[in-house]
Ligand binder design. Structure first.
Ligand code: ZN
Length: 54
């Protein structure tokens, strides 16, 4: 099952989007982006709650 995380879904006006079928990878890519680009920390739960199945 592939999950998709979009910054937009997290309420940030940013075109970043990542798709991955591996939850751990998706989480770490999203966390890195949010930290580096938005100086915010998202927990794994936050990322997975925001992500949707595609
Ligand atoms: Zn972003």
């Amino acid at each position: 099952m592939v999950k998709e995380f979009e910054c937009r879904s997290a309420g940030v006006d940013c075109p970043f989007m990542v798709r991955d079928e591996n939850e751990n990878e998706l989480t770490s890519l999203a966390q890195q982006h949010v930290k580096n680009t938005h100086q915010k920390n998202m927990s794994r739960d936050d990322v997975l709650r925001t992500a949707r199945d595609v």
